[in-house]
Design a protein around this ligand. Structure first.
Ligand SMILES: Nc1ncnc2c1ncn2[C@@H]1O[C@H](COP(=O)(O)OP(=O)(O)OP(=O)(O)O)[C@@H](O)[C@H]1O
Ligand code: SF4
Ligand SMILES: [Mg+2]
Length: 350
C-alpha cells in the first residue's frame, strides 16, 4: 500500500463501492422435470475505497468473474445491494445508471475480446468518448493521444489494426479505452493471465502506475495469489461463491487465518521458506456450485476440518483491524490465544 493511498483512505472513510449480501444464481434445467441453480455468488459483502486496490482471488469457478460482472452492471444480481458513491445502483435513474457505467469500467482477460478486429486503435480508444459525446471532435482526438501516452503506446500505433499489435500492446489499448471516460473504479478480470509471462509484469506495473497517478480504485481479479502481492492494498479470498477471508495484503501473506488462503499461499513457488506455519497442500477439485457442500463449503478438502465443519457454517470472525475470516478452527485458535493472554495478565496484576 502506498502512502498516497493510505492518505486517501484516511481522509475519506465512506467507501466508493459497497457490496452487501450479493447473491447471483444461474437457473438450470436438470433432466426432463428437474431444475436447480448454479450458486455462483452467495451472500458476498465487500467494500472498496477511492484509490484502493482490492484483489479478489480464488480458484477457477469460485465466482470471481460473476461478482465482477455484477459490480460493473453487466449482470443483474439475484439479491443483495450494490452502492456506488453512496447511491444504490439498482434504484438509480436511467441517467444515474449511465453515470455509474461511466465511472466503473471493466478490463477483461483477453484483450482481443474487447477490441473490434476491424477497428484501428484510434477508433477503439475514441469510441467511449463518441458514445458519451465528450468534448468536441478536436478535443476527442487530443484525448486519444493523451490516453495513448498514458498507457505507453507510441502515437504512430493509432492507425494500426489490433492484429498488428502484441498481446501486451492490445491490453494497453483496452486499458486506454477503459480510462477514456475518467472512471473512478476499474474492474480488471485476470487482465494478465492471457499474456506471456514476460509481459505480465509490465501490465501489472502499468496498472500500479495508473492507480497512483489517477487515484484510481481497482478491483483486481486473479486466480492465484502470486500476481497480487505487489499491487494490492487488501485481498479478498473467494471460495465457491463466498468470501472466506479478507484483510490487508501484508497480513494475508504473513498471517493468513483460513486454511484455503494458506493453501493458496503455499501454492506460490517462492512462498516464504522460513515460515513457521505448517504447509497446506490443496487436493481435489472445487465442488459443483449447483449443490455446494453443507456447513463450511471447504470442508471436503480441508485437512484441519473438525466435526462441526460439515454441519455448521462458520461466520466471519475479526482477527485484527480489517482482517476477518470464516473458519471454526481459526476462530477457536483466536479464542484460545485471547484466553491465554487474559490468564497471563490476570496473573501479572494479582
Ligand atoms: N452464465 C452462466 N450460466 C450458468 N453458470 C454460470 C454462468 N456464468 C458462470 N457460471 C458458473 O458460475 C460459477 C462461477 O463462475 P465464474 O466464472 O464467476 O468463476 P471464476 O471464479 O471467475 O472462475 P475462472 O477463474 O475460471 O474465471 C461456475 O460454476 C460457472 O460455471
Ligand atoms: S471451518 Fe472447518 S472445514 Fe472450513 S476451513 Fe475452517 S477448519 Fe476447514
Ligand atoms: Mg473468471
Amino acid at each position: 500500500m502506498t502512502e498516497q493511498t493510505r492518505t486517501v483512505i484516511d481522509r475519506d472513510p465512506a467507501p466508493l463501492l459497497e457490496v452487501e449480501g450479493l447473491v447471483k444464481r444461474f437457473p438450470i434445467r436438470r433432466g426432463l422435470f428437474g431444475s436447480g441453480a448454479v450458486h455462483a455468488v452467495e451472500g458476498v459483502d465487500l467494500q472498496i475505497h477511492a484509490g484502493e486496490v482490492l484483489s479478489l482471488v480464488g480458484e477457477s469457478g469460485s465466482g470471481k468473474s460473476t461478482l465482477g460482472m455484477c459490480v460493473t452492471g453487466m449482470s443483474t444480481p439475484t439479491a443483495g445491494r450494490i452502492r456506488f458513491a453512496g447511491e444504490d445502483v439498482a434504484l438509480a435513474s436511467r441517467r444515474g445508471r449511465a453515470d455509474f457505467r461511466r465511472r466503473v469500467q471493466p478490463v477483461f482477460q483477453d484483450p482481443r475480446s474487447s477490441l473490434d478486429p476491424r477497428w484501428p486503435i484510434e477508433r477503439t480508444i475514441r469510441e467511449p468518448l463518441d458514445a458519451y459525446r465528450v468534448g468536441s471532435s478536436v478535443e476527442r482526438t487530443a484525448r486519444v493521444a493523451e490516453l495513448m501516452d498514458l498507457v505507453g503506446l507510441p502515437r504512430h500505433f493509432a492507425s494500426r489494426q489490433p492484429r498488428e499489435l502484441s498481446g501486451g500492446q492490445q491490453q494497453r489499448v483496452a486499458i486506454a479505452a477503459a480510462l477514456a471516460l475518467r472512471p473512478e473504479l476499474l474492474v480488471a478480470d485476470e487482465p494478465v493471465s492471457a499474456l506471456d509471462v514476460s509481459v505480465q509484469a509490465q501490465i501489472l506495473n502499468l496498472l500500479d502506475e495508473l492507480r497512483n497517478r489517477l487515484k484510481l480504485a481497482l478491483l483486481f481479479i486473479a486466480h492465484d495469489l502470486s500476481v497480487v502481492e505487489h499491487l494490492s492494498d487488501r485481498v479478498a479470498v473467494m471460495y465457491l461463491g463466498r468470501i472466506v477471508e479478507t484483510g490487508p495484503v501484508e497480513r494475508i501473506f504473513s498471517a493468513p487465518e483460513h486454511p484455503y488462503t494458506r493453501a493458496l499461499i503455499d501454492a506460490i513457488p517462492h512462498a516464504d521458506p522460513g515460515r513457521k506455519m505448517s504447509r497446506i497442500r490443496l487436493t481435489g477439485e472445487i465442488p459443483s456450485p449447483v449443490n455446494p457442500p453443507s456447513g463450511c463449503r471447504f470442508h471436503p478438502r480441508c485437512p484441519v476440518a473438525v466435526d462441526r465443519c460439515s454441519t455448521e457454517e462458520p461466520q466471519d470472525t475479526q482477527f485484527d483491524e480489517g482482517h476477518s475470516a470464516a473458519c471454526h478452527v481459526a476462530a477457536a485458535g483466536l479464542a484460545q490465544r485471547r484466553s491465554i493472554i487474559s490468564t497471563i495478565s490476570e496473573g501479572a496484576t494479582s
